[in-house]
Ligand binder design. Sequence first.
Ligand code: NAP
Length: 537
Amino acid sequence: MEDKLDKILPQEARKVLRETFKGLVGKVPVEVFTGKAGNQYTEVTTGLIRVFSELNDKIEPKFHSLDSGKAKERGVAKSPTVLISPDKYNIRYVGAPLGEETRTLIMAILIASSEGTILSDQALKRLFELKEPRHIQVFVTPACPYCPQQAMNAISAAIALPKLVTAEIVEMYENREYIDKHHIVTVPFTVINGVPIGTGVKPAELFIEEVITLAPADRLSVSVSGDIVDVDLVIVGGGPAGLTAGLYAGRSGLKSVVLEKATVGGQVLITPVVENYPGFSQIGGRALVDVMYQQALQYTQIFEGEDVVDIHKDNDIFELKTTRRTYKAKGIIIGTGAEHRELKVTGERTFYGKGVSYCATCDGYFFKDGRKVIVIGGGNSAATDTLYLHSIGADVALVHRRGALRAEEALQRSLRERNIPVYLDSVVKEINGKDAVSSVKLQNLRDNTVKELPVEGVFIAIGYTPSNDIAKMLGLALDKGGYIKVDGRQRTSMGMVYAAGDVTGGVKQIATAVGQGSIAAITAFEELATPYWKEKV
Ligand code: NAP
């Protein structure tokens, strides 16, 4: 019995979850609908819900078959389907809630029990203006680290406005008909009232705007006025640099806040495996982010889904307007990281989300059954993504424009050991297809021959460009590549503004981002508080 339970949820995880479920406020009825027995997805789903209910009796499970009257009454036609508090809310999970999606299910149960929300006051206020019904579908996969947040946006809306909003979270790999319908192979993907709204996780305020208007919203189209909050330090960006800065700022006594416009973790969140961060010989990117996040949270406030829309300085005080509120701060640390670089070839934009992806961790799952994909790039990201795609069962090849890779030798050795094909001196000239990617035009630069390579997925990992919007708003000095110029103490060209991590260029390692985040916070402390041992830094 223990063995079986361990397979569904290891003992250590059950221990943590027992503690987490102590936060349950009211009872949460959970209905599970399944078809034929013996299917791995239905077994995992029923097993998971059973384990949850054994950990806390406020979770009240009921199991029904797909051909039962109850299934008809609830309008359930797919197996497995999980309904949460179905007499009160319209929240359903279609598919097995595996991997990252187990998080979603746990959070959904927790907030359904307390009528809670992850939405800000502003987002809720806007949501209450809704007059017509909305059916929100968020398509997800178990490996997608961004999916739980977008799913929780939808679930929170369904809890806040149960008479008008229904939330349906769909595991897309098991429900491939949706892939055929929308030709979408990137997640999270959101559809509201049948209207495809877009991919990615959105800050709560923008998400609700999309719910109201049934159209994609960007940050410029939403203006929000909220509270004014005084802090010593605003840290913009929740990657390793920002989280470490928050940790050091809090420990030195500064009141700080970390603002992350999407989900904390930065590039690490989508790195399948990290093998060069000291202290961990091998750790998943998401797991490393979790550890950093939990530690930082003891010393600083961290807000996800909060985007800075305006920033200016008045009498030595910085005023930052975000999608939620206004911060007044004595100093700023910028750790906004970098964004993926585009290849800029025909078909790249057209097929983005339809086979073209910049996130192997998020979207690789669609190709796991021996489907043909390529990764483009010669650095550590391309090599790591290739190894990940191979490990989940995709038929993957690597394409690089030079005669050798620049990825570190350990990764290159792993590629060789697995006999993964590498097309060197080769470039993709075009990405082709009808509704989705079906091939690429590959040019061999040695003999200039061009061939059509049949592939369903194209993963582009050709480096990053700095996310320097905030730096530009402040008018900071940037280098030729757009990276923020800093001195040895992470000071930028503006007093009391510091920068750390990938946005400053350099070697772009987790270890260096963490180092720079700590230096930035220590320097900020010394310059803000001027302790006696640092009267002149
Ligand atoms: P990178 O090291 O900058 O490599 C980018 C690769 O893409 C290069 O091989 C480059 O080719 C190629 N490229 C650039 N533009 C291209 C274009 N238009 N067409 C075709 N190819 C193009 O980027 P990265 O691999 O994302 O890594 C970024 C940083 O993160 C690095 O410092 C890396 O060490 C770090 N990182 C580390 C790990 C790890 O240690 N496990 C994992 C991921 C990232 P050329 O070689 O010809 O310039």
